[in-house]
Design a protein around this ligand. Structure first.
Ligand code: AMP
Ligand code: MG
Length: 488
């Protein structure tokens, strides 16, 4: 019996949506990170297989038993412009594994060399970029955000050139699937309605089987994706997460966060915050994310519309209304997140305005997003004072604070219990930009200890632990604005 429970439905069902391909051969693979807990959860071989065996499998040196590596084909709107012909240029889908609980997951390499979609680039990934995705995705999962996960990072033994030489690595990531909005755009642009229908059935069976019975399947899929994306982006907004490159090829049908390139968490709160060096127009700024999400859902609707009309012409109107009303759907998710963050257990008509007005008051204050919500829960025992040190204008939240207090009085709770509930959704620890940067630089220089420590801290984001105070601190005074690169 194989150690790897592969069952590769995509290669069976979706011929034409991929190209079989092999990973590049690494020179001297060495395991840098291996996620024991995730391997156990997926029923995959663990360290007992032996370090060198794992290094061989998870670098492309030795075929993973049962895998059928393919580069997926897709299209995408990149910064608003349609690119009809894209695909896995530095990634390779190994196949799907069935976990002991019966759930199906994609295993994918990132950085395993050039493919037919690499457009002249090397298809490789630096060790720092692989470790960055590892820590960001594991932090997101620990924060309760739907996300791809990271199984392993294997250094290939090579150096690659990114302005300066860097060690290269292969990341193995785990996803509900790698179907994207761009997969549907590609099918619609090149293959026509029947291929879109085939892809729709596959996506529904895989991610939303409870909707398979609906009369108009493409409409059912659109509805499901509208829902999971609303929920996802509401979580990003509640945590101060900036994805950075919300192109339609980076939007998963499953509703997971995928493609950790230039993403970062806010330090100081600002709607206009951008981290990515290539996002010069601020298209993917923090506050733009709900708008862009809807824009991307319109692209999905366009790809599906012929198939929707084929079932029932009148349903195209239902699709139009679905997108038109999407902001309310998103807002309901955001409000649920905000109620929890603010310790509100019941629903009142003024709650949306209360949450919105908090952010309106904070604009320009440079308040640390993560620390601020811990400070708000701290006021339950200490009054307004703990908030002051987070604000440029110390009194800017006084009026809002009085309103919030009055709102809390409408549903009295033991303050300690309310604080505990708030602290269970407002993290103490996120992957702080300055700490991530420092840990990655040290890892590239050969010292993995700071990275392992940071990973440990962000894997328990809500827990106060003695001695970890510096991990909860904001960026040091005078640090330059953080800039991220499309970490290749
Ligand atoms: P991203 O926006 O990071 O998802 O990347 C957009 C596209 O560029 C994807 O199709 C990638 O496969 C491709 N790409 C990015 N970096 C590389 C690289 N180093 N080599 C080959 N293809 C790449
Ligand atoms: Mg991508």
């Amino acid at each position: 019996m194989s150690l790897w429970a592969f069952d590769n439905s995509l290669t069976r069902v979706l011929a034409g949506f991929y190209q079989p391909w092999q990973a590049a051969t690494p020179t001297a693979p060495k395991v840098v990170m291996f996620n024991d807990a995730l391997a156990a959860r997926l029923g995959l071989p663990g360290r007992e297989a032996g370090e060198d065996v794992l290094a061989g499998w998870l670098s492309g040196r030795d075929p993973v038993p049962g895998s059928e590596p393919v580069a997926l084909t897709y299209a995408g709107h990149q910064f608003g412009t349609f690119n009809p012909q894209m695909g896995d240029g530095r990634a390779l889908l190994l196949g799907e594994v069935i976990a002991p609980d019966g759930l199906r997951f994609d295993l994918q390499f990132k950085g395993s060399g050039a493919t037919p979609y690499s457009r002249g680039a090397d298809g490789k990934c630096t060790l720092a970029a692989a470790l960055r995705e590892y820590v960001m995705s594991e932090a997101m999962a620990a924060l309760g955000v739907p996300s791809t996960r990271s199984l392993a990072v294997v250094a290939t033994g090579e150096g690659i050139w990114r302005e300066t030489p860097h060690p290269a690595a292969v990341l193995t990531r785990v996803a509900a699937s790698h179907l994207r909005v761009g997969t549907f755009e590609w099918a619609a642009a090149h293959k026509g309605r029947e291929a879109v229908e085939q892809l729709t059935d596959y996506a529904l069976e895989r991610h939303f089987p409870e909707r398979l019975h609906e009369a108009n399947r493409p409409l059912a899929l659109l509805n499901a994706v509208c829902e999971v994306q609303a929920r996802l982006v509401a979580k990003w907004m509640a945590l101060g997460f900036v994805h950075g490159v919300m192109n339609t090829d980076n939007v998963a049908i499953s509703g997971e966060t995928i493609d950790y390139g230039p993403c970062a968490f806010l330090d100081g709160y600002s709607q206009g915050q951008v981290f990515s060096s290539i996002d010069r127009g601020g298209r993917y700024a923090f506050g733009q994310q709900p708008l862009v999400c809807r824009w991307n859902l319109y692209r999905l609707a366009s790809a599906l519309i012929e198939a929707i009309a084929e079932v029932d012409q009148a349903d195209t109107e239902a699709a139009r209304v679905m997108l038109e009303q999407w902001p309310e759907r998103y807002e309901a998710h955001w409000l649920r997140e905000m109620r929890a963050k603010l310790g509100l257990f019941e629903e009142r008509a003024g709650d949306l305005a209360l949450a919105q007005d908090l952010f309106a008051a904070l604009e320009g204050q440079q308040a640390d997003f993560t620390q601020l919500f811990r400070a708000i829960s701290g006021t339950l025992s200490a009054g307004y004072v703990p908030l002051e040190e987070h604000l440029t204008d110390r009194d800017v939240l006084r009026e809002w604070y009085a309103r919030w207090q009055a709102r809390l009085a409408e549903e009295p709770r033991d303050p300690a219990a309310r604080k505990a509930a708030m602290d269970a959704v407002n993290p103490l620890h996120i992957p702080r930009n300055h700490l991530v940067d420092a840990a990655l630089a040290q890892a590239e220089a050969g010292d993995l200890a700071p990275f392992l420590m940071l990973l440990d801290v962000v894997s328990r984001p809500f827990d106060f632990r003695e001695g970890l105070e510096r991990y909860a601190g904001g960026a040091p005074d005078g640090s330059p604005n953080h800039v991220t690169y499309c970490g290749t």
